[in-house]
Write a protein that binds this ligand. Structure first.
Ligand code: T4K
Length: 411
């Protein structure tokens, strides 16, 4: 007697294998949340009337003042997060080696080069993906002049440990806080620690929780360093109009400054929404084999800039690349943030030793859609997509035959 084989229903069939896409209109991995257009008209009119578009105009100044109050720091607005990093390093006079975590966006290392210094790569913590004092020490030589840790995906680095190391070794310490905008939200209870290290560099890119389009800022506890940052970002010019030091044009223009300024009151609500979405993903996918998260503990990811899933190919049934493709077929954009820095030809020689943790994490990471206004229903549909893809692959339903990139299970 022949055995009957149960055929999966069409709703169980992922789109890549012929099912109906769960998002007929594709969704992006992220998109900016903007203030209502009507609420900006008065400001736009003021800018039009004054014809003041840049050069430390009133909106850039107001943004710096407001952020400064909220961070309890001196704030220098600049043209991008990358410019914020370069500005901080250049203003600190860093020209030698800078220890950078291998797992970050390429901007972190590019900013070091732009400052005229040399990035040296260090491995990262497996639970957070961040640089640790130990991994930094292992990458340091006597040419080291600075540490440049990244609060990756909003997970705060071990700030006290890195500050101790920097102090003991006489190094400058700049934090890449592009993913850590949560620190810029108002802190009514004054529980937030002071600016870490010598300076923190933030991004106001369109993909961030406080989007200006392009923009960023340096936050520092030192008035003198803030002044050197301002000068560097303004062609090196001093008040007398003469260049006293090297510099670039990295000033923040007025319209991006306006967008960030008017978005600032909404920042706490945006961060809270991102956190709720991130927790919904974690809850919705709990128990699905082969899915973990970075940082491992949701509580560590202040502000949840990304929903960074880790895909174990053997347990999930697909690797992160193949899953990205399967999600794209569902109409879901997911991103492989980040290729480790030493995989970029420009930084291949910046690795002095193997970087096994960064390498392993980068091989698994896949960022799922997340924005400050993503509907919960969309989170739930992404969860459904992941569940049906995993169930399909776990069932081994023709995966290996029909999809060449699927991996063998159990290995
Ligand atoms: N340090 C770290 C750790 C960083 O992650 C970054 C930047 C920096 C430093 C440097 O900060 P910035 O100099 O950029 O301020 C994006 C961003 O360009 C970049 O800011 C971000 N990190 C990086 C992780 O991602 P792409 O090339 O992936 O962006 P793109 O254009 O593919 O857009 C991603 C998604 O967002 C797409 O679905 C489209 C959507 N999008 C994008 C833009 C620009 C919108 O909906 N609207 C938009 O205006 O780099």
């Amino acid at each position: 007697m022949s055995r009957r084989i149960a055929m999966p229903s069409d709703t169980a069939r992922p789109a890549l294998w012929g099912g109906t896409p769960l998002f007929p209109t594709p969704i992006r991995v992220t998109e900016p949340t903007l203030p209502p257009l009507a609420s900006l008209l008065g400001d736009l009119e003021a800018i039009w009337t004054a014809r003041r578009l840049g050069n430390d105009g009133p909106y850039a100044q107001a943004l710096a003042a407001r952020l400064g109050e909220q961070l309890g720091a001196h704030v220098v607005p600049v043209a991008s997060g990358t410019a914020a990093l370069t500005t901080a390093l250049a203003a600190l006079g860093v020209r030698g080696e800078v220890v950078v975590p291998a797992l970050t966006f390429v901007a972190t290392a590019q900013a070091v080069l732009a400052a005229g210094a040399t990035p040296v790569l260090a491995d990262v913590d497996p639970r957070t993906g961040c640089l640790t004092a130990e991994s930094a020490r292992a990458a340091m030589t006597n040419r080291a002049e600075a540490l440049l840790p990244v609060h990756l995906f909003g997970a705060r680095c071990d700030v006290p440990g890195l500050e101790r190391l920097a102090r003991a070794a006489g190094l400058a310490l700049v934090f890449d806080a592009a993913h850590a905008l949560a620190a810029a939200a108002p802190d009514r209870d004054r529980r937030r620690p002071a600016v870490a290290g010598d300076a923190e560099a933030y991004s106001l890119h369109a993909t961030k929780a406080l989007p200006a389009g392009e923009g960023g800022f340096v936050a520092t506890g030192s008035a003198a360093l803030a002044e050197r940052c301002r000068r560097y970002a303004r062609f090196g010019l001093d008040g007398d109009g003469l260049a006293a030091a090297s510099g670039v044009n990295a000033k923040l223009a007025e319209i991006p400054a306006l967008l960030a300024l008017r978005g600032l009151p909404d920042l706490p609500a945006r961060l809270a929404h991102r956190r709720r979405c991130a927790l919904r993903y974690r809850r919705g996918l709990a128990g699905v084999p082969g899915i973990a998260w970075l940082p491992a503990d949701a509580g560590e990811a202040a502000g949840h800039p990304f929903a960074a899933a880790r895909i174990d190919p053997c347990r999930f049934g697909l690797d992160a690349d193949a899953l990205q493709e399967a999600l794209a077929a569902e109409g879901i954009e997911a991103r492989r943030y980040f290729a480790p820095l030493h995989r970029h030809p420009a930084f291949a020689s910046a690795a002095r030793a193997p970087l096994p943790v960064a390498e392993a994490l980068a091989g698994e990471l896949l960022c799922l859609p997340l924005s400050s206004h993503l509907p919960f229903a969309d989170v739930d549909r992404v969860v459904e997509a992941l569940r049906r893809i995993q169930a399909w692959c776990a069932g081994g339903i023709g995966v290996r035959r029909e999809h060449p990139v699927a991996v063998a299970r159990g290995g």
